[in-house]
Structure formats: C-alpha cells, structure tokens
Design a protein around this ligand. Structure first.
Ligand SMILES: NC(=O)C1=CN([C@@H]2O[C@H](COP(=O)(O)OP(=O)(O)OC[C@H]3O[C@@H](n4cnc5c(N)ncnc54)[C@H](O)[C@@H]3O)[C@@H](O)[C@H]2O)C=CC1
Ligand SMILES: O=C(O)[C@@H]1CCC=N1
Length: 263
C-alpha cells in the first residue's frame, strides 16, 4: 500500500464523490491519507467515514498532499488558485488540456483522465494520458486509482481522451437516447409508459452485463444475432443498411468538438 497522500479538489461533486467512494471501498490507500476540499467544508454522505480530512481550504489540502485529483468544473479551474508545481496532478475535467493545467497551476507531472459517476460501484471506464514529465511510479498510481473505479487503460494522446469524454464519460449518456427511443416505440404500440420504462431498464441491464462479461466484440454480438436469422435479424438488417451509424457518429463528433472548446 502506498504512503502517498491524495487530495480531491471538488471532491464533493457528482464525479468527486463517486471517485471517493471507489477509493475508500478499494482501500488502495488508508482513509487517513485522503483529503477532500469542498466549498462548504462539508462532505454529505460520508459523515460516518473516519480518518478522512475535509477542508474548505484548497491550499491546506495541497500543502498536505502528494497527489491532487482535480474534480472541479472546467470553468472553476481558474478559481482554485493553487500552486501544484511539485505535485502529481490527476485531472478528470472534461476538455481541460495539460497545457492549460500547467499554465494555471504550474504543474508538470500531469495525468488527464476521463471517468464517470459509475465509479461509485467500480463500473466506470477510465482512460488516462500522461504528460512527458510523468514517472513510472506516477503511472502505476494512476492505473491503481482508476482500476479501483472499474476498468482503466493508459492511452497515448489527449485527442483520444476527447473521444472517451464523448463516449464513456457520460453515463448513461448516448445509451440513454437509445433507451428513450426504444421506450417510445413500445409506448407507440400501446404499451403503458411505466411498463415500457421497466422493460427498457431491464434490457439495458442485461445487455450491458452480457457484453461486459462475454469475450465477443460488439460487432460479433450484432453478427451473431444476424446469423441466428430470427426476428432480431430482420430489424438489425434494416439498421445496418440505414444512416443510423453515420448519424450516431455525428452526435459523438459534436460532443468531441464541444470538449475541444470547453477548456
Ligand atoms: N458528472 C459526470 O458525469 C462527469 C464529470 N466529469 C468532469 O468532472 C468534473 C466535475 O464534474 P461534476 O462532479 O459533474 O460537477 P459538480 O458540479 O457536481 O461538482 C463540482 C464540485 O466542485 C466544487 N467546486 C467548484 N469550485 C470549487 C473551488 N474553487 N474549490 C473547491 N471546490 C470547488 C463544487 O462545489 C462541486 O462540489 C468536471 O470537470 C466534469 O467535466 C467527467 C466525467 C463525467
Ligand atoms: O457532459 C459532460 O460534460 C460530462 C463530462 C464528461 C462527461 N460528462
């Protein structure tokens, strides 16, 4: 177990609390080595947690910690006003580049990651990319941190991170649109809204588990159902021949483009 001290700035927010929950559950570092800053100095939902230090003072957190996890909104980066030159900085802020983090905080050892609130149940996908100054030990720490949140991979460019910000950062994100469309179809066929919603929720739970647990790639799942040549195949053939894939890619493109202007 590491003796590093970790501080979450913005740790009281939606993503910060999910990451904190995963870190505490996994015990990758003891509670007394974890600091959280929140604007109120309070941390709802963790009152029973012993050991954790909660402060309203970002500078106090920075002075105490070796690793600073930035979970504030992109627009709040300029407000946190902390000097991070000698720290390992891990940022989960959407669209905020390594160059901008260096410019604002003086940090050089920077890892940018994308995660999601699914981290609370260790179900996030967290790709991360390291700046040139980042050491092997820093990389090991980041991988352990994000494996505690679910699955994690080191990737090679910030441009790739923007793709994941669109795809896997938002949970349920684009998948919710697919679910909405299917629930609306059921309702259009006279099925009661609450039954349509229940059915779709259960479908996505089962589909998610099936795809997560099987070795087959997504394309193989589709081909498998087409090869089965049953009722589903008839519909999937229509979708495959349609503009659906292209339009979905346009939606993802728009989110990636927004990511590149947000920071
Ligand atoms: N919510 C999500 O699904 C995801 C969010 N992100 C990124 O995570 C970051 C946080 O997002 P959320 O948790 O959704 O936002 P949020 O608004 O729920 O939480 C942000 C937290 O930062 C705190 N904060 C703001 N200014 C501060 C300051 N100067 N000092 C200390 N704390 C401060 C706020 O009080 C709040 O508790 C954003 O940069 C976002 O792009 C990334 C992936 C997914
Ligand atoms: O939609 C958003 O801006 C947040 C950040 C990345 C994913 N969800």
């Amino acid at each position: 177990m590491t003796d590093l001290k970790l501080g979450l700035i913005g740790g009281a927010g939606m993503l910060g609390t999910a990451l904190l929950r995963a870190i505490l559950t996994s015990r990758i570092l003891p509670d007394h080595q974890i600091w959280v800053s929140s604007r109120s100095g309070q941390l709802q939902g963790f009152e029973a947690q012993t050991g954790l230090t909660v402060t309203a003072d970002n500078a106090e957190l920075v002075a105490a910690c070796d690793v600073v996890l930035l979970c504030v909104p992109p627009a709040a980066l300029a407000d946190i006003k902390v000097a991070l030159a000698d720290k390992l900085v891990i940022s989960v802020m959407a669209g905020v580049t390594v160059a901008r983090i260096t410019q604002t905080t003086g940090a050089e050892h920077i890892i940018r990651a994308m995660s999601s609130p699914a981290a609370a149940d260790a179900r996030a996908y967290s790709p991360w990319v390291a700046a040139d100054a980042v050491t092997a030990a820093d990389r090991d720490f980041a991988q352990a941190l994000f494996e505690a949140c679910g699955k994690a991979d080191e990737i090679t460019s910030e441009a790739q991170l923007d793709v994941f910000t669109a795809m896997t950062g938002p949970v349920p994100g684009f998948v919710a649109f697919f679910a909405e469309t299917m629930a609306q179809y059921a309702q259009s066929q006279g099925i009661a809204p609450e039954i349509a919603d229940r059915a779709v929720r259960q479908l996505f739970l089962g589909a998610g588990q099936a795809m997560a647990q099987s070795d087959a790639r997504p394309a193989e799942h589709v081909q498998g159902m087409i090869d089965y040549a049953g009722t589903t195949a008839a519909g999937l053939e229509v979708l495959r021949a349609s503009e659906f894939g292209r339009v979905l890619a346009q939606g993802l493109d728009a989110s990636v483009a927004r990511c590149r202007t947000i920071g």
